[in-house]
Design a protein around this ligand. Structure first.
Ligand code: MG
Length: 376
């Protein structure tokens, strides 16, 4: 890899420089700490629950839609590819990609918005990144010597800085995570890998659900039009769905390559030499190339206009909001109906936080079943 023009190997976060774990542990004989974190995340209960959490399209209409687990695996593959070509730490990147959606509540964004809405009336809020941190810090219980998964500092920092940076004093619980500093490139990659994955997979799922024809997307996304014109010349007789999937593969490649090239360019132009420089730089340096940035923006606009608020998703959304709201109110009124350890916790700390955490951990299926039992 000595002549890899995209390499940023000198900006890799070396695992030897890790600030370590909250509770010190003896080293493993052949897995380094980031590899062990990756494995702990993969073996957690919260990770397995992703299988029964909606990404965008609820199951039922099709067996082929992404759920939050398959979405997570797609993000992980893209993030690993990026870390590989940029020659950053693939293990840290992989751990962060696998954990990035672990705090997502049931019923996708509708569920998240409604939990936040419920919490607001008690002076609180719900944020899935903060919930992720609580999962790995306390809710996962499988080790005798410590609560949670005892992940390295860098994985926890990457989790809380997944989609935003914060200043000292802004969020009290996060003051230990280098406020005011950017996370390392490995962590910055996750946000863009996430976008590249869901923008293209949402196009795929929406197309297979019949929400649009390829010509409609081509009219609004310039990069897709260029790709489609080439595909039509190469495969004029192919089925429209096959033509679409051929386009989609090239679109993912355009976006991912755009992240690698854009990041390489931004990093060189910023003149950063070390991981410390990355941390001190005023902006995140994982960026799209100009072409990929425009493509990404146009896809987002198309998805917002044609997919995310489409009538096909509206009924699911309304049902999700009702289930979350009903259960939240039910447990606020009857905390004795919470299972242990939540019941005891609800008497010790703020009840709305305990109720919120309990509901946020549910899968879609469990939440629907409970709603049927307790409310309907
Ligand atoms: Mg995601």
């Amino acid at each position: 890899m000595g002549n890899n023009p995209l390499s940023l190997a000198w900006l890799r976060l070396p695992v030897e420089s890790s600030l370590g774990r909250r509770f010190p542990e003896p080293a493993h004989s052949y897995r380094n700490p980031f590899q062990r974190d990756r494995d702990r995340i993969l073996h957690s209960r919260a990770f397995r629950r992703l299988e029964n959490k909606t990404q965008v399209f609820a199951p039922g209409l099709s067996d082929h839609f992404r759920n939050r687990l398959t979405h997570t695996l797609e993000v992980t593959q893209i993030a690993r590819t990026l870390a590989g070509v940029l020659e950053l730490d693939q293990d840290l990147t992989e751990a962060l990609a696998l954990v990035h959606d672990i705090g997502h509540p049931p019923f996708a964004h509708a569920g998240e918005d409604e939990l936040n809405h419920q919490m607001k009336s008690y002076g609180g809020s719900f944020d899935h990144n903060m919930h992720s941190l609580r999962i790995v810090e306390s809710f996962e219980t499988r080790y005798a010597l410590f609560p949670g998964l005892n992940l390295t500092f860098e994985v926890r920092e990457g989790m809380v800085k997944h989609s935003r940076d914060f200043e000292a004093g802004e969020i009290k619980e996060l003051d230990a995570y280098l406020p005011g500093q950017r996370p390392p490139l490995e962590a910055q990659l996750i946000d863009q890998a996430d976008e590249a994955a869901y923008n293209t997979s949402d196009l795929d799922d929406a197309h297979s659900a019949g929400l649009f024809q390829i010509e409609e997307a081509v009219a609004e996304v310039d990069a897709l039009r260029e790709i489609f014109e080439a595909i039509e010349i190469s495969y004029p007789a192919a089925q429209p769905r096959i033509q679409f999937l051929e386009c989609l593969g090239r679109l993912i490649n355009l976006l991912v390559t755009g992240i690698a090239e854009g990041t390489n360019k931004a990093t060189r132009e910023a003149g950063v030499q070390t991981v410390a420089d990355i941390r001190r730089h005023p902006m995140r340096l994982v960026q799209y190339s100009e072409r990929a940035l425009i493509a990404n923006r146009q896809i987002k606009t198309f998805l917002s206009n044609r997919v995310y608020y489409s009538p096909a998703l509206l009924a699911e959304r309304e049902q999700a909001v009702k289930r979350i709201a009903d259960l939240f109110q039910f447990y606020m009124q009857y905390p004795g109906r919470l299972p242990e350890p939540h019941r005891t916790q609800a008497t010790e700390s703020s009840r709305h936080q305990v109720v919120c955490d309990y509901i946020a951990g549910m899968t879609d299926g469990f939440c629907a079943k409970l709603h049927l039992e307790l409310i309907d």
